[in-house]
Design a protein around this ligand. Sequence first.
Ligand SMILES: Nc1nc2c(ncn2[C@@H]2O[C@H](COP(=O)(O)OP(=O)(O)OP(=O)(O)O)[C@@H](O)[C@H]2O)c(=O)[nH]1
Ligand SMILES: [Mg+2]
Length: 198
Amino acid sequence: MRTILLCGLQGSGKTSLIGKIGTYLGERSKKLAIIIIGEGDTKLDENSFPFEGISIQELSVDCVPCSLRFAVEKTLKEMAEKSVPEFVFIELEGTAFPAQIKESLEHMPFEDMSFLLVYLIDAGTFSSEINKLPKFIITQIKESEIIGINKIDSTDEDKVFSIKYMLEAINPDVSIFEFSARDDDEGFRKFLETLVSN
Ligand SMILES: Nc1nc2c(ncn2[C@@H]2O[C@H](COP(=O)(O)OP(=O)(O)OP(=O)(O)O)[C@@H](O)[C@H]2O)c(=O)[nH]1
Ligand SMILES: [Mg+2]
């Protein structure tokens, strides 16, 4: 079971991405659970996916690291009555610390658990100047394994290049993808395939 923790500022495209991943995996008959931490204004629900084996739950929790594990375990146990999902996507709030959340979920009683920490960026609005980034964002970038620079359709190549350059300086080990999820371009396909491959 691979758990993908998806972090990123408000409006970076997290829910849209999860929608596309749900369709991508659903078409391939994969089982997945989607958990969205938010205020109850998500545009996704079970009707968004005309496939068997996709469960979606929206959670409003005050203390994400303390409450999330119980909520995730409950959802997964319900799903596991049929069979354990292969993938779990969790949309975190913009200010979450993914490494801390991973730690709180690591001890769930499921076999073969792996985690992937993914950070999503809106190329149009994200700053490419390191000294303009708040400290919590720098921490999130450092903790990520994969970063998606999304919405490249809304800006120019130079901006995307300078964001990438800055990200590599903050976290030299991170894998960076650039794409437009809206346009479903080649970069986006590669990003999707990486998230769901072993
Ligand atoms: N131009 C453009 N817009 C996009 C792209 N991907 C998503 N959007 C739009 O960006 C807006 C925000 O997307 P969401 O998926 O709701 O973003 P989010 O990160 O889930 O936002 P919150 O849940 O509020 O934190 C929506 O209007 C999407 O249609 C893209 O590749 N290009
Ligand atoms: Mg969202």
